[in-house]
Ligand binder design. Structure first.
Ligand code: C5P
Length: 229
């Protein structure tokens, strides 16, 4: 079902706004993403509100710390029952492995997704960090590290889907933000792709925020996106 491949970014900062949005989304079949702003604002209540409405939660915290701390933080997320969460691949293979191994003893294991290179990062930014590879090679390198450490997939931009699909096995999950239906405003997203293009290129999950959440009728917006796909 196409709706199960759509993750709605709940980029709000209060429980009241969240409840309003959840009311609109709960019967659509889509999943939802809780990001740093919402989680830092209202904490695990955000997860509870979504779970009470029967929604699967992608906790987008982008964990990055020493292996032991990172593993225990992700375990705490797992214990909240989230469906998916993510960590920075640049935390290193040891950190990613520690997280994966920590989750092996848990009854619930969320999908673990790696963040390769943030789309806000430029080549100059990489050089500043002392990284000599170009952006594409560094994304591929980090995605390979994540795959090797047993993560379930990576976040990637529309431009990267086909390349990663070819270089890493089919089961590796690709999660793609920066999605804009043909009829939507681009907002601040520069390198966008339509939902249909992203799916055709091989993305597994589409992260879509404002085209749905800023719409007067979120349910209609989702229905249009699904029919476009
Ligand atoms: O409203 P919009 O569809 O642009 O929201 C996209 C969501 O995906 C936001 O929560 C944003 O933080 C997130 N995201 C992104 N680009 C990335 C990683 C995450 O837009 N490279």
């Amino acid at each position: 079902m196409t709706e199960r491949r759509i993750i709605i970014a709940l980029d709000v900062s209060s429980a009241a706004e969240l409840r309003e949005l959840v009311k609109q989304i709960k019967d659509t079949g889509c999943r939802v993403k809780i990001g740093k702003e919402l989680f830092t604002s209202i904490g695990p209540l955000a997860i509870e509100i979504c779970h009470d409405a029967g929604l699967d939660v992608f906790l987008d915290i982008k964990f990055h710390d020493i292996p032991n701390t990172c593993a225990k933080a992700v375990r705490a997320a797992a214990r909240w029952g989230v469906w998916m969460t993510n960590l920075h691949c640049s935390g290193g293979a040891e950190m990613m492995l520690a997280v994966r191994e920590m989750l092996e003893g848990e009854t619930h294991r969320p999908l673990l997704i790696g963040v390769t290179v943030l789309t806000s990062m430029s080549l100059a930014g990489l050089r500043q960090l002392g990284i000599e590879r170009d952006l594409e090679s560094h994304v591929d390198y980090l995605a390979g590290l994540a795959h090797g450490a047993g993560l379930d997939g990576v976040v990637c931009s529309g431009q990267e889907i086909q390349r990663l699909r070819q270089s890493i096995d089919k089961d590796f999950c690709l999660v793609t933000p920066g999605i804009r239906p043909t009829w939507a405003n681009n907002n601040d997203q520069a390198r966008i792709m339509t939902p249909a293009q992203a799916i055709a290129h091989g993305s597994d999950y589409l992260v879509i925020g404002r085209p749905v959440t800023a719409s007067e009728h979120p349910q209609n917006a989702i229905a249009r996106i699904v029919s476009e796909i």
